[in-house]
Design a protein around this ligand. Structure first.
Ligand SMILES: Cc1cc2nc3c(=O)[nH]c(=O)nc-3n(C[C@H](O)[C@H](O)[C@H](O)COP(=O)(O)OP(=O)(O)OC[C@H]3O[C@@H](n4cnc5c(N)ncnc54)[C@H](O)[C@@H]3O)c2cc1C
Length: 454
């Protein structure tokens, strides 16, 4: 009797988590992974640190190689294989391999883990000195260009977390950096009170941030030996530079799924249920190609993050292998650290809460990461809550120390659907070298209670 086959399209966070979990659940299953690139199972989140020389070699970002998967987990990883068609009626996937014949793969269960692609629809973005930093091959190409041509002036299109992390990497390489951000703030959904601090820090680091600056076109020689390129933005702005990085966001890669009849959701990403199953029998999807339920908003959102991709991949892998796992949803938790500042969020901003129809209110305060006599660093916190239900809706924190992981307490409270009164009662740790006796989150919850009782 032939073995059942699980086929997975995409070999990074979601795809390889799915493959590994499926193997744990079912030792007999045949597992094949198709990856169109040359690398699998690497830390995409580490790419800016490779560009910034904190990670020396691209191989250091690779968690496991295809050989490891073959030898240790009996998983057949085919790099350089691009899936070009899913034929659900025949349970087949057609794949192309560079320079060779088309191969057809038969499956019993299929997991689509095709990820997201950088949004690059700017005129002139195909020039040789325009890069993205969204996969290992892209980061390697960017670094090779930097080492060979020593660009001095960089323009980064997009002031989101990828744009800012790469800005720091460029500064570490001695480049003059300008960030063009189409919205009114760096990290678009950052609360204005925190955004001010971040912008001051960027200025101190020598990064020029131009806001409300939508890029229209990239023009010029487009590459070495003359790198001079002009980035046109706003109604009449223009900037000369030697290198452009596009960091304008991620869009879900869904063409393959859509053409096969897999249903997309309201956000444009693949719609899945809590078992990560699509509308087609035997086909699952996970990671940056799917939309995810937001537990505070109560509707699906598109928030492409590695932490979610890993968990969803694991759930999809377990279910495809005959198990019964569920992914419960997200509360919108994210963190970054740039130029010495940790910036973290969970839940909704005040603007997002208002737009969602909550009767929201907020408190903003600054407190310390440790007892003052232990030279604690300042933490700026904004807490958003619902005056009707008295529920916590969101928290953002910014500071040089402890802001990043402190957000996890607020994220846990959101998962539990806590009211502000419950947050104020949380038993949080204290010792002078580690934390102050009153944590910023507890003080904020007490302030919010006072506001609601007024
Ligand atoms: C610079 C950067 C920094 C980041 N930092 C963080 C962070 O700090 N924290 C965090 O939580 N998240 C972070 N992320 C996001 C995180 O990396 C992604 O959410 C995660 O990689 C998504 O994993 P995935 O497997 O769903 O998709 P991807 O990583 O996009 O992988 C999908 C794979 O599928 C392959 N593929 C696509 N189509 C086909 C096809 N037709 N045939 C074969 N193969 C195909 C692609 O080549 C790709 O390798 C960062 C992302 C970037 C770019």
């Amino acid at each position: 009797m032939s073995r059942e086959c699980l086929l997975i399209i995409g070999g990074v966070a979601a795809g390889m988590s799915a493959a590994s979990r499926a193997r744990k659940i079912n030792a007999r299953l045949e597992i094949v992974v198709l990856e169109k690139g040359e690398y699998v199972s690497y830390g995409t989140c580490g790419l800016p640190y490779y560009v910034g020389n904190q990670v020396r070699r691209p191989e250091e970002l690779v968690v496991y190689t295809p050989e490891f998967f073959r030898r240790e987990r009996n998983i057949d990883v085919r790099t350089g294989h691009e899936a070009v068609e899913i034929v659900p009626g025949q349970k087949r996937v057609r794949a192309l391999r560079k320079g060779s014949q088309e191969t057809v793969f038969q499956y019993d269960k299929l997991i689509v883990a095709t990820g997201g692609a950088p949004a690059t629809e700017i005129y002139g973005s195909d020039a040789a000195n325009v890069f993205t930093c969204n996969d290992l091959a892209g980061a390697v190409a960017l670094k090779e260009f930097m080492e060979k041509h020593r660009p001095r002036r960089a323009v980064i299109v997009g002031g989101g977390y990828i744009g800012l992390e790469v800005a720091e990497a460029f500064v570490a390489n001695g480049m003059a950096v300008t960030v063009l951000e189409r919205s009114g703030s760096a990290l678009e959904n950052l609360e204005p009170e925190l955004s001010q601090k971040l912008e001051m820090r960027l200025e101190d680091a020598g990064v020029r941030l131009i806001k409300d600056a939508a890029v229209r076109a990239i023009a010029g020689s487009g590459g070495p030996p003359r790198m001079a390129t002009v980035v046109e933005y706003g109604t009449s702005g223009s900037l000369d530079c030697d290198l452009v990085l596009l960091a304008t966001g991620i869009v879900p890669r869904t063409e393959l799924a859509r053409e096969a009849g897999i249903r997309l959701g309201q956000t444009g990403a693949i719609a899945v249920d809590e078992r990560m199953a699509t509308n087609l029998p035997g086909i699952y999807a996970a990671g940056d190609c799917v939309e995810t339920p937001h537990l505070v908003l109560g509707r699906p959102v598109y928030v492409p993050l590695g932490t979610t991709a890993n968990k969803q991949g694991r759930v999809a892998g377990e279910n495809a292998a005959g198990g019964n796992a569920r992914f419960g949803g997200i509360v919108g938790t994210a963190v970054t650290k740039v130029f010495g500042l940790e910036i973290a969020r969970t839940g909704l901003t005040a603007a997002e809460a208002r737009a969602a129809g909550f009767l929201c209110d907020s408190v903003v305060l600054e407190h310390t990461s440790r007892a003052r006599y232990f030279e604690g660093k300042r933490i700026l916190l904004k807490m958003v809550f619902d005056r009707n239900s008295e529920r916590l809706l969101g928290v953002q924190m910014l500071g040089e120390e402890g802001a990043g992981k402190r957000i996890d307490v607020a994220a846990t409270a959101l998962h539990a659907g806590m009211k502000i009164g419950q947050v104020a009662q949380l038993d949080l740790s204290y010792a002078p070298p580690v934390a102050p006796v009153w944590e910023a989150l507890l003080i904020a919850a007490n302030e919010a209670l006072k506001k609601m009782r007024r």
